[in-house]
Design a protein around this ligand. Structure first.
Ligand code: NAD
Ligand code: TYD
Length: 355
């Protein structure tokens, strides 16, 4: 049953059953009781309502199952709920999948974003006061860095994977709607996130899962690729700040000031896992297996987050040591979650509930 309140603001969060979206929903639902938060999610393989169990019965939380590429459905819910804010996270998000199925990425990430933009534009018909469309994007739109340098908001877009090309394209459409129709938007481009509830296809949760089960750790190429890592809750805090205090038509880079070569990160993870699992020192490292490189693999991402730091006083609150330790603890405590997502059991359960 959907609940509505006349006095409060209806905010649409897309992709709220996914990794980052679930942390954003939790923050907004608990921190802003006057907002009605609508979580629109198609529940793809990456969407899992178990991620929101602790807030699913809150009065200001509502779930709408649907696909952002379904234009009739999107137009219908925009008319019905008159969303004043959209925080758009729904996306196909994994680079390796984008290499195997690029069209799926174009459909959701480009077309889906356009359908949302269009519904927002049609609904408000230039009455933009108090409205905001917030697109959550990635630093991968900038392509790759060499050994030095940082991505700034002014860095040219130069995407290399179908995933990053689809995100770059959707960023461009958001800007185009801003320029052409004066739609009020903000965009953030964030580095690699890690934390609880991340689907075990991305590096950190996949390797935690594999270490638990004594499976090989497939390091792509020579492992000398660099990423900047941010604890997901620090991303949710940044999203809250940008949504409320960011300037229209601006973009903000978000990063952890925390660069790691993949192989160094994997070795650190192995050390923590040995300690936490009470295994012999060095045993997890033996699982490291160098495998064929990812095609189009970006060498290095690193973020200059000084704009959001100066303008909105944001900086990460959690160190990498702390964040990684908390993340491992979460996965070890939630082995059932991990087993459910790897077996697909979570989807069967919720599919029945929402039929
Ligand atoms: P995720 O894959 O964990 O979750 C994506 C969510 O979107 C899922 O719940 C899925 O069911 C939903 N979804 C997918 N296609 C949909 C569709 N067509 N209609 C409705 N819902 C759909 O992703 P994530 O890692 O939480 O990333 C969220 C957003 O943040 C994405 O836009 C991603 O590009 C961006 N981002 C992610 C990272 C990262 O490190 N994970 C970093 C920067 C930016
Ligand atoms: P990933 O978590 O897929 O994020 P992204 O590709 O968006 O940065 O990968 C992080 C890094 O780890 C990237 O350089 C690819 C590498 N990687 C591996 O070496 N092995 C793996 O099994 C995975 C999933 C990633």
């Amino acid at each position: 049953m959907q609940k509505k309140s006349n006095s409060s603001k209806n905010i649409l969060v897309t992709g709220g059953a996914g990794f980052i979206g679930s942390h954003v929903i939790r923050r907004f639902v608990t921190k802003y009781p006057d907002y009605q938060i609508y979580n629109l999610d198609a529940l793809t393989y990456a969407g899992n309502l178990e991620n929101l169990k602790d807030v699913e019965n809150e009065e200001n939380y509502h779930f709408l199952q649907g696909n952002i590429t379904d234009e009739d459905f999107i137009n219908k819910i925009f008319k019905e709920y008159r969303f004043e804010g959209v925080i758009h996270l729904a996306a196909e998000s994994h680079v390796d999948r984008s290499i195997n199925d690029p069209l799926a990425f174009a459909k959701t990430n480009i077309l889906g974003t356009m359908i949302l933009l269009n519904a927002f534009k049609e609904l408000w018909d230039k009455d933009w006061k108090g409205k905001r469309f917030y697109h959550i994007s990635t630093d991968e739109v900038y392509g790759t860095l060499g050994k030095t340098g940082l991505f700034k908001e002014t860095t040219s877009y130069d995407p290399n994977s179908p995933y990053s090309a689809s995100k770059a394209s959707s960023d461009h459409f958001v800007r185009a709607y801003g320029e052409t129709y004066h739609l009020p938007y903000v965009i953030t481009n964030c580095s690699n996130n890690y934390g609880a509830n991340q689907f075990p296809e991305k590096l950190i949760p996949l390797f935690i899962h594999n270490i638990i089960h004594h499976k090989p750790l497939p390091v792509y190429g020579d492992g000398n690729y660099t990423r900047d890592w941010l604890y997901v809750i620090d991303h949710a805090i940044a999203i809250d700040l940008v949504y409320h205090k960011g300037t229209d038509k601006e973009t903000y880079n978000i990063g952890g000031f925390n660069e790691w070569k993949n192989i160094d990160l994997v070795k650190l993870l192995c050390q923590h896992m040995d300690e936490k699992l009470g295994r012999e020192k060095g045993s997890s490292e033996q699982l490291i297996t160098y495998v064929k490189d990812r095609p189009g693999h970006d060498l290095r991402y690193a973020i200059d987050a000084s704009k959001i730091n100066k303008e909105l006083d944001w900086s990460p609150t959690v160190t990498f040591e702390e964040g990684l330790s908390k993340t491992i603890d979460w996965y070890l405590k939630n082995e059932e979650w991990l087993n459910n997502v790897t077996s697909g059991a979570y989807q069967k359960y919720y599919a029945k509930q929402y039929q």
